[in-house]
Design a protein around this ligand. Structure first.
Ligand code: NAD
Length: 418
């Protein structure tokens, strides 16, 4: 994945004509932290995990990015995702840098109390590098509002009442209205923009969705609300399809009860991986990384891919899709609704003031449509695909900020859009 993010970075840096020196300043992470987390298990046995936080770049504001709890978390994995966060926050023009982190634990094998102790230990080991003006974590895979609440509580022991140290908190603990659906809502706006560029609209498309968690379920619900037909959905256990459109509300209810879409009576079952090549106008990967590869990119039947997940497409697959004329709305644009509402949450916390749901939705729509327009403009100006254009935009904004803060003489014009 690190290879992918470097590949896309360099492709965009070539378009901008960036020097080797600026590439090094922008590409390498500012700080990589690894902490040892030793806690007591419920049965009295020692639990030992490693926690990571990669702070990639803070030229445009405090580091910002999710915390993932998964056995696959490593420093390199976090670095790749931190890198993407830097460009993503710049694409939506929120005043943050990029970070990512996590703990290499398997939450499925830990009790809630064990997770609580591990979370507190992670925060306790990182109090100097976290903070409302330093680094603000958020939920990611296997972390949620409840865990964000524990982070706020632990950090506040050191620094005093600090709701702005973390976003994605529960509503009753200074979370924001609309944060839980924000990424899925942003995906829907991104799809709407991509379709309108081709003279189409949500109400005339069929959609296949991989992943029915936070991002996939909200995106499906909001697309269905606008008349789109969700014809196939798959998760880690299997898929379900209905060519007349799945009843999304009923499917959400089903997954709340059974923790999977598999077995849903409102459609026919299919093997989970078939969703990538499903016969639909739109494919929304909203689960894992590296799911669209050189093995299946040639068989993708959708004309539009909107990346709800981070890094779902390998660079070989991306080249194949571009050659085939598939419109790919890249992760750093398509799934940026989450970090945008995280910014709203942080801003509300700092002002000790709450916005209502309607205001969050209206501001999010404005930010997403503006970001899409900015990326579209780069794509048209340089005659490049949307992913390269999004990287060009993000890198330009971060590069301009980095140069403006330092005494670096560079004879380049980053051509920033204001
Ligand atoms: P989640 O844990 O709520 O849901 C993940 C979904 O993926 C589940 O339905 C799970 O069953 C499914 N899945 C797992 N393995 C699968 C497999 N092999 N095949 C098909 N489906 C599989 O996670 P989420 O928060 O919805 O995040 C999904 C993706 O979106 C991740 O890449 C995450 O980094 C990205 N993302 C999330 C947010 C956010 O605000 N939650 C923001 C930006 C990006």
């Amino acid at each position: 994945m690190l290879k992918e993010s470097h590949y896309y970075f360099n492709k965009a840096a070539d378009v901008l004509g960036l020097s080797e020196r600026i590439r090094r300043i922008l590409l390498n992470p500012n700080r990589v932290v690894k902490v040892e987390i030793i806690t007591d298990g419920d049965d009295g046995k020692l639990l030992q995990h490693q926690g990571f936080r990669v702070q990639h770049n803070n030229a445009r504001g405090p580091y910002k990015g999710g915390l993932r709890y998964h056995p696959s978390v490593t420093a390199e994995h976090a670095e790749a995702l931190a890198n993407l966060m830097t460009w993503k926050t710049a694409v939506v023009d929120v005043p943050f840098g990029g970070a990512k982190g996590g703990i290499n634990c398997d939450p499925g094998k830990l009790s809630e109390h064990e997770l609580y102790e591990i979370t507190r230990a992670f925060v306790g080991s990182n109090t100097e590098i976290l903070g409302p003006t330093l680094d603000i974590p958020a939920p990611d895979v296997n972390t949620n509002a409840r865990i964000m609440g524990w982070i706020m509580d632990e950090y506040s022991k050191y620094a005093g009442f600090s709701p702005a140290v973390v976003t994605g908190k529960p509503l009753h603990l200074f979370g924001s209205e609309g944060r839980d659906e924000a990424t899925g809502r942003g995906v829907m706006y991104a799809l709407d923009e991509a379709l309108s560029d081709k003279g189409r609209s949500i109400s005339d498309v069929t959609v296949a969705v991989q992943g029915f968690g936070n991002v996939g379920s909200h995106a499906s619900r909001l697309i269905e609300e606008r008349g789109g037909k969700i014809v196939a959905v798959a998760d880690h256990l299997g898929g379900v399809a209905n060519e007349n459109g799945l009843d999304v509300a009923a499917l959400i209810k089903w997954t709340q009860e059974f923790r999977t879409v598999k077995g849903f009576p409102g459609g026919d079952g299919f093997p989970r991986n078939d969703v990538i090549t499903w016969n639909a106008d739109v494919l929304i990967p909203a689960a894992l990384e590296d799911v669209i590869t050189s093995d299946n990119a040639g068989a993708v039947r959708a004309s539009f891919i909107v990346e709800g997940a981070n890094a779902p497409t390998t660079n070989e697959a991306d080249d194949i899709l571009n050659e085939r004329g598939v419109t790919v709305v890249p992760d750093i644009l398509a799934n940026s609704g989450g970090v945008t509402v995280s910014y709203f949450e942080w801003a509300q916390n700092i002002q000790h003031f709450s916005w209502d749901y309607e205001r969050v939705v209206a501001e999010l729509e404005k930010v997403m449509r503006k970001a899409y327009a900015d990326v579209r403009k780069e794509a048209q100006q340089h005659q490049i695909d949307l992913r390269t254009a999004a990287f060009v935009l993000g890198i330009s904004r971060v590069g301009e900020a980095a140069l403006a803060r330092q005494h670096i003489r560079e004879d380049i014009n980053l051509n920033i859009q204001r």
